[in-house]
Every structure is written in C-alpha cells, then in structure tokens.
Design a protein around this ligand. Sequence first.
Ligand SMILES: [Zn+2]
Length: 351
Amino acid sequence: MPTFARTVLAPITVEVSAGALARLPELLVDARISAGGRVAVALGPGLGETIATELDHLPDATVHTVKPGSLASARDLAGRLRDDHRVDALVGIGGGKLLDTAKFAATELGLPMVSVATSLAHDGLASPTASLERDGVSVSYGVHPPLAVLADLDFIRRAPVGQLRSGIGDALTNLSAVADWQLSHDVNGEAIDGLAVAIARSGAEAVLRHPGTVSDDGFLTSLAYALVQGGLAMGMAGSSRPCSGGCHEISHALDVLHPGLASHGEQGAVGALVCTWLRGDEALFSELSAAMGRHGLPRTAAELGLTTAELATAVAYAPRTRPGRYTILEHRELDSVALERHLTEMMHELD
Ligand SMILES: [Zn+2]
C-alpha cells in the first residue's frame, strides 16, 4: 500500500531542561552532528566565563565571541569560519540575537547549526528566519533551521525578566496570527496549513493558560516549547504566517514610528490584543489580557508610553510594514480616527 505523507524539516533533537548545555558534547555525538567535537562555538560577549566549565568538555571546539544582532556581525562570523575546514558544525549559545546571528552564518557556510538558548526572548530558537539589523533597520532573512535545539533552564531562570516577557508576548501573538491566517483563507482563499496552525496555536494556548510565572520551571518549559513550536510551524508553512499577522505589523510600525519603545514580544502582544479586539473575539480578548497582566506585559497605550492617538496612528500605519499580508487590519481598513475610537473603547475595557 503506498503511503503519502509530507516531509517536514525539523530539528533532530529538542531538549528543554536544567543542565541541557552540559549534555551538548553527548548530543553532538548521539545526533551524529560531530563525532570528534570539532565544532565552532559562537557566544555573546560576557557568556564565556559563565560557561567555561561546559566548554572544557569540548576541547576541540574553537570559540568565537560575537557582538550579536547585525548582518555585519553574522558575515564577520561566517568570514572567520570560512577557512576552518575542520569544523563539523556551528553551535550558537546565547539569547535570540546571538542565535539569529549564528543561524545566518551557518547558512552562509552550509554548516549544520545547533541552537542553545540561554534566554527566551522570541520564537527564533528553531525558526527558519533570522532578524538582523542592516543599516539601522531590522531585516528578516530566510535561513536553515537549527539541526538541534537545547534550552537550558539553569540559564533561562537567570535571564532578565524583560527578555522572558518578550518571549511570552511573542508566543501569545500566535493566537492572533493564526486567526488572521484563517480570515485570509475565508475571505481570499489563501491556502492555510492546518498542521502548522495546530502546532503554533497549541504552544501559545499552553502559555496562555499556564497558571505559573517566570520563576517557575514548569512555566518556562511550556514557554520554551511554545517558542520552538512557533519556529517549527513557520518552517512547515514556509513563511512566518502562523506566528505573524496584524500583531507583528503593529510591532513593526511601532519600531518605525517609536524606535526603542518596548521589546519585540511586548509590542507584538499589544498588537495581538488590538487585533483581537477589532476581530470582536471577546473570549480570547479577556484571556489574552489576563495572561498579559499576569506576566506584567504592557496592555494599554499608556503602559507602552504612548497616547491612544499615537497608538492609533501606529495601527493605521501597520499594514504598510508587510505589503501583501492580509490580516484583520487590512480587512477592517480603519483610519486613525476610527481606530482611536476603537482603542479608547478597548482601554476602557482594560481599566
Ligand atoms: Zn515575533
């Protein structure tokens, strides 16, 4: 009997645990990524001393300190590794920016990449995209997804709470992004991938409903899995659709109009809340705002440091940041005056 199934590009190993980093040498062998431990390790500045003991277990590794987050630093890292033909794989150890930098460099060199997350700021752990700064603007590049993903709770527990809040926000945005995808499917007939939706949504729902906080390993584990699932869903869909809709358009608009306002995930979560309000989904709106409140994420214009009119202007600007993506914002086509009215009602509901 013939069997038909799709092939999904997914990491060989995903591990979320305390002490995950210490098991890196073992994983490199078990997953047949590098039998002799001849790997290059990319680290953010300052992390070297903290993980010196773990690196002792990889005596053949070459360690590269990287200033993460820009296209220039990713190209510089690729340049440093280009002539080292002994290297089997690139291991990135750090937060989201470092992992994006390492993913880009590994893709340029055609090297397998292992992602070791020491923080959880966005869904880039396992995703096929890297957000890097070029000429002061954040650009999203398509890259090979990591071959293995480790998230070490010993480090994540100590990560700045702002980074974890960003990760929570980015996970929660999936709920709004998949609703936008469904809308575009219903209105425009855009192809939708039910498996990618299921994976992106179930991770986000676990974060939405988990009663724990960032000081609780159970919650951090759910958050790490949700972010890995987001990356997998994007890889499966072949686009950022399952994790990025009007929510991310609003975040990008805030980046343009109010640079440095809040983190990617915090801005995206406010965007998700606005989109959910405009969609009229009262049940999700109240669950989303409760989860955001519980974790200390901003929900209102004032909490973001804006007036309602400024937020309305950003929401009106948002569709320009992602031409061709149909979301509730393109669907409603509201101008900034109408949006200010909607946002004022939304702020009253949140008071
Ligand atoms: Zn995101």
